[in-house]
Design a protein around this ligand. Structure first.
Ligand code: ZN
Length: 365
């Protein structure tokens, strides 16, 4: 029986390790006494187990390594505190336009003469959204805009009650129809390129700029309030979420960050982190991304395959690539760390992910 033999090898293994350990200890003692012999090498790891670190291994923990304490978040990224009893904070962004956030997720709403337009309803605090709206108006929610289809941003829409008109991109409708999630009803109104929502004296301009984070992810612009909301693309003051915020199209993602900078906003709402952003935040993120791209490109061009690995594995192409890509990423992380670790909150959390996403995109896109 497989289970019994597995249990038997588990009990045998420690004994074998103990015997091997005693041998190493005796050998070390012998060499320590000045007896001749080869230089002592670190014992080889078991096949498939983690071995010695690569040459120039960065000090920041790699993916999958446990971190006891992450780098402190710089003061610059600190934001107004959220009242724990309320579970959210409100911030006025211009006439009738409000940010709602728990300092991790962000949504916004626009008040007009006879109603309210809600943009996204993150389940993290959607149960409090009606209370947040009631702080500034008695008008009902008449419209909801979905920034994109992801449940972590719109999955609380039913908490708004009533039967508001829901507006989203055609691709968002397609993805929501496929998801068939009762918590995310398909939108009642969709568009392809642009859509202008005029309600009372207020206006929101919606537009589509292609796939970056996800098909159907749109720009939402309030021209009077000079506020632009684009979710899961730019993270003011912070390291982007892992793998360029899970961008489904990395070259498209680079283009979209540049496109965001062309919009004449004064306030940027990114859907995440603890504050709104500025053009400088967008430019900083693009500069960081371009530095990662340059570092990954140089590393791909200067890293030789089949180094720092056992020649016995050369016939295994998966292993050769795994080792090569690891060393490309080691060089990428080392190249960008001195400049960006002090400038981006949570740099340590996702820098390895960004370098892995970048080298992959450069090789296959
Ligand atoms: Zn998303």
């Amino acid at each position: 029986m497989p289970n019994r033999s597995a249990a038997a090898s588990r009990t045998r293994l420690p004994n074998m390790i103990a015997i091997a350990g005693s041998f190493v200890a005796i050998a070390a003692l012998a060499f320590g006494l000045g007896l001749t012999g080869p230089a002592r090498a670190a014992p080889a790891a078991l096949p498939g187990h983690a071995g010695a670190p690569y040459a120039n291994q960065p000090e920041l923990a790699a993916i999958g390594e446990r971190v006891d304490r992450y780098l402190p978040v710089p003061d610059e990224a600190a934001a107004p505190a959220v009242d724990a009893a309320k579970g959210y904070r409100l911030q006025e962004l211009g006439r009738g336009l409000y940010l709602v956030t728990d300092n991790a997720y962000q949504s916004m709403f626009l008040v007009y003469e006879t109603g309210v337009v809600m943009v996204d309803a993150p389940p993290r605090y959607s149960a409090q959204l009606l209370k947040a709206i009631a702080e500034v108006t008695d008008q009902p929610v008449t419209h909801v805009i979905y920034s994109h289809s992801h449940i972590d941003h719109i999955g609380g829409v039913l908490d708004l009650g009533g039967s508001p008109i829901t507006i989203a991109h055609d691709e968002t409708k397609r993805l929501l129809a496929r998801a068939a999630d009762p918590k995310r009803p398909v939108p009642t109104v969709t568009f392809g390129d642009t859509y202008s929502l005029k309600v009372g004296s207020q206006v929101l301009e919606l537009s589509y700029h292609g796939v970056a984070h996800e098909p159907g992810n749109i720009f939402i612009y309030a021209p009077e309030q000079k506020t632009l909301m684009v979710v899961d693309v730019v993270f003011p003051g912070w390291m982007p979420w892992r793998r360029f915020a899970l961008a489904q199209d990395v070259p498209g993602y680079f283009q979209q960050v540049a496109d965001i900078d062309k919009v004449p906003f004064e306030t940027f709402v990114g859907g995440h982190v603890n504050r709104v952003g500025t053009h400088q935040d967008v430019r900083d993120q693009l500069e960081f991304m371009n530095d990662v791209k340059a570092a990954a490109l140089t590393s791909l061009q200067t890293t030789a395959p089949e180094k720092e690995m056992d020649p016995a594995d050369f016939a295994n192409p998966w292993a050769v690539f795994d080792n090569y890509i690891d060393r490309v990423v080691v060089q990428c992380v080392n190249a960008v760390t001195p400049k960006w670790q002090p400038r981006l909150a949570a740099f340590d959390v996702y820098i390895w992910d960004q370098c892995y996403a970048m080298e992959q995109s450069l090789r296959i896109d």
